[in-house]
Design a protein. Structure first.
Lengths: 236, 233
């Protein structure tokens, strides 16, 4: 049975993704981190799966959101499972925080990139430990950074500008959720891989909460939408 | 202008495969066409393969790849069952399929649907598409013919069907896909798995409904024309 460590390494070159998740958006707020993603798994242009969980709690202090190849995300979850398990087995009262988990992921992603066998994902890692909020991102080529708000994929182009404009320190939970929903709605309008079934999750000092999936209302009642050519008959 | 027949093209199961859970078990279904380029190499293949007594897999994509993955998983599951001392669970079978698909994603081109029944979780269906993602679903469709079934299932699927409703749904769906997908054809095979065991069924074309622009089959034109004209001298 062939596996990653085999001498078939010559065939392990840059791949292409098959089942992919689209944008993840996250921001820091007063009590911690808020993160949002839809539940879609696209297969090329087909919106094939509509109930894929792309936000997961990691240990006691972190939340991971993933876009890109879902099978690679599932494998990363197994690596992190092992990491957290070993950390717990020390039974020393300490536990891996978001900074440490982000660092681990960065090393894994960059290492795979150097071997020309990347894990085809863009990951968002957020969390709170000892009052310190942390929000970072790492992608398949190993680029990583932390910021007050991050997004992957199309979210970078469509939602970061909104966040740059409207984010501020100490957002309340309600303000944060409304802001994330504004971002997700824009993605729903303008990202063709988006699916109208989103999950929002938060992480605070107390722990992670994954809210139940729900759908967003969309707005189409513009006069210009109903009659697009009224000002220019004959055009399209 | 004749199409060159490439008899050496890789055997591919164009295919339509389906797995559906119902109240008490699962129903797996598939067509029976294996093609080598445009030639139908096998018009009565069996794409629903046994992994253990209680877990079966529907195969699509490259025939060779799906067969070798099934063979390995059957082998591992057999050992696992001996060591465990009781039937393997559907989840374990599906994860073994995932492991092979994921770790060999550069080499393999096969999409699989694993379905079965175990005493812990009842009937379960797991999709393992290209790349090695594993996703548990109440129903799964795969293969080239599945493109024509997304809309159908969005409308026709409902939770808590009976065994007969589920099998009818699968039969209807495979037959609809065969009607529109050139790479699917032949007969419809179904496998029903529940606590009572496994039932295999076989539905040739004449036992399936007719769709748009399809006509009743006849042995000959002569039967349609009725009594022959009396001879005129």
């Amino acid at each position: 049975m062939a596996s990653n460590s085999d001498s078939v390494s010559d065939t392990q070159r840059t791949l292409y993704p098959y089942v992919t998740g689209t944008s993840v958006v996250a921001l820091k707020y007063k009590d911690g981190i808020l993160m949002a993603a839809d539940m879609g798994g696209s297969y090329g242009s087909t919106l094939r799966y509509k109930s894929i969980d792309r936000l997961r709690p990691i240990g006691k202090h972190s939340l991971l959101g993933a876009s890109g190849e879902i099978s690679d995300f599932q494998e990363i979850l197994r690596y992190l499972d092992e990491l957290i398990l070993y950390d717990n087995m020390w039974d020393d009262g300490n536990s891996l925080g978001p900074k440490e988990v982000h660092n681990y992921l960065t090393r894994v992603m960059y290492n795979r990139r150097n071997k020309f066998n990347p894990l085809w994902n863009a990951l968002v890692l957020g969390g709170v430990k000892n009052g310190q909020k942390y929000l970072g991102m790492v992608n398949m080529i190993g680029i990583n950074f932390e910021d007050n708000h991050v997004a992957t994929g199309l979210g970078n182009h469509l939602t970061r500008p909104i966040l740059r404009d409207e984010w501020h320190e100490n957002l309340t939970f309600e303000e944060g959720v409304k802001l994330l929903e504004k971002c997700m709605r824009v993605l729903l309008y303008r990202d063709r891989s988006a699916v109208n079934k989103i999950q929002i999750s938060k992480i605070t000092e107390e722990g992670a909460t994954l809210f139940p999936p729900y759908s967003l209302k969309t707005y189409w009642e513009f006069a210009a939408f109903k009659n697009p050519t009224v000002g220019a008959e004959g055009s399209w | 202008m004749d199409q060159k027949m490439d008899f050496n093209a890789p055997h591919s199961m164009g295919t339509t495969i389906i797995g559906v859970t119902y109240n008490g078990g699962v129903v797996l279904g598939a067509d029976s066409r294996t093609s080598t380029g445009v030639y139908v190499a096998n018009r009565a293949s069996d794409k629903i393969t046994k992994l253990t007594d209680n877990v079966y897999v529907c195969r699509s994509g490259s025939a060779a790849d799906s067969q070798v993955v099934s063979d390995y998983v059957t082998y591992f599951l057999h050992q696992h069952t001996i060591q465990l001392g009781q039937p393997a669970t559907v989840k374990v079978a599906a994860n073994l399929v995932r492991l092979l698909s994921y770790n060999n994603k550069n080499l393999l081109e096969t999409g699989l649907i694993v379905g079965g029944w175990d005493k812990y979780e009842g009937g379960q269906i797991f999709g393992v598409p290209l790349g090695g993602t594993i996703v548990q679903q109440p129903f799964a469709i795969g293969g080239s013919g599945s493109s024509y079934l997304y809309g159908f299932f969005d409308q026709a699927w409902k939770e808590g069907m009976t065994k007969d409703e589920a099998e009818d749904l699968v039969k209807k769906a495979v037959s609809l896909a065969i009607a529109r997908d050139g790479a699917s054809g032949g007969v419809v095979r179904t496998v029903i798995i529940n606590s009572d065991g496994v039932t295999r069924n076989f539905y040739p074309g004449d036992q399936l409904p007719l769709w748009h622009e399809e006509l009743e089959p006849h042995n000959s034109l002569l039967d349609i024309l009725g009594a022959p004209e009396p001879m005129n001298i």
